[in-house]
Design a protein around this ligand. Sequence first.
Ligand code: AMP
Ligand code: ZN
Length: 468
Amino acid sequence: MLTFHNTLTRKNEPFKPLKAKSVGVYSCGPTVYNYPHIGNYRAYVFVDLLKRYILYKGYKVKHVMNITDVDDKTIRDSQKEGISLKEFCSRYEKAFFEDLESLNILPADKYPRATEYINEMVAMAKSLMEKGLAYKGEDGSIYYNIRKFRDYGKLANIDLNKLKAGASGRVKKDEYAKDDVQDFALWKAYDAADGDVFWNTEIGKGRPGWHIECSAMSIKNLGKTFDIHCGGIDLIFPHHQNEIAQSEGYTGKKFVNYWLHNEWLLVNGQKMSKSLGNFYTLRDVLSKGYSPIAVRYLLLSTHYGQQLNFTFEGIDAAKASIDRLNELVRKLRDVKITNKKSVLLKNEISAAEKAFEAAMDNDLNISEALAAVFELVKGINHHIDSGTLNKSSAAAVLKLLKKFDSVLGVIDFGSEGKLGRDVQKLIDQRESLRKEKRFAEADKIRAQLLQRGIQLDDTPEGVRWKKV
Ligand code: AMP
Ligand code: ZN
């Protein structure tokens, strides 16, 4: 039975979707104001693992991931560069999608942009005012009165009654610290610092607050109540708590049944973050010659609820694990013997499958699941080396590896004459770097490919490759 650790109840719970066959998943997407670092990608790789395992269990998934293309940070930084908000955000949005592809993350069914949902946000803010849950401040901004929402604090386990009187002020900025629980802005009245970023609406001239963006986009695309909502643990409070207050205040219904949050990717014991300056973008890592699939493996191979320390040795170890899997695939394809039988094999295969599923069913216990995979790899290698594997058993093992890989997304089943996925991704990566005129980084990738026996030639028709 599939179980998840639900942040809302702080328990492992059996997963019961609202509909028998399909699951709605919303994950908070990027604020497109820079290149995400690999800590951010831990959050997106986690959602990918979750989604792939739900698909493995036979459900359909409707996955929605928002793009925040208007907030304090996008406005601030687009102004610094002197370009329009749209131009600024679309640059980073494009980079984000390229990164998702190189990490072999399955695309979401929908990527709503905040700026395309202003009407929905205005309707919500208006309705929350009519219900007495929100009020207009002197500056014309609209704030949510958190004391009017009975369950405020439940998700983050914060007891409002224990707060000192007067601690609850009002905050117009999008992010604030966990300790200062405050009324937050649903709608921010225009001020001159916003430049040309504003909407004239029936609740005034201004722009939405960050939190309401996710409420509006998730409800519109997944309904008033949906199954799973994900994000990093920093989003539990205030972002997700505020989403609950807005959405439940607006619809009068339970917003989300299961809240799943991923822990930090650390560097030397500290959270990898933009503000601490201890971050690597995916591009930084790839330009050092590491493969995106190895980064994917590293990010997914520790349980999402545990912290994971990032090191380059960790990527090397991830690569070694992937190499073992790819090597086995190659050997299995080479198995020629047809007349020998191994009686043990059927048992070994089904034991591996059961162990993998039992581990993943238990709140996606990936370390145990991978242990089951590598136990199988070890056993099969032994059979191959001792010549006791016949062709039909080899095919059965290959089939199981493909099934496992529908969840893991790391094995290269590419056939001869075709480029492996890793190599193709590197070529694509180099192309985008060249387009951005980042030639030094592009050249590094070319040199790295040459070392792997792939020579690139830039022709007027585009890049060509050959094996050397
Ligand atoms: P942001 O663009 O800052 O909203 O972050 C996007 C996602 O990345 C959020 O779900 C964050 O919780 C997550 N995130 C940010 N830093 C890290 C980190 N060091 N480790 C894991 N997740 C992170
Ligand atoms: Zn969100």
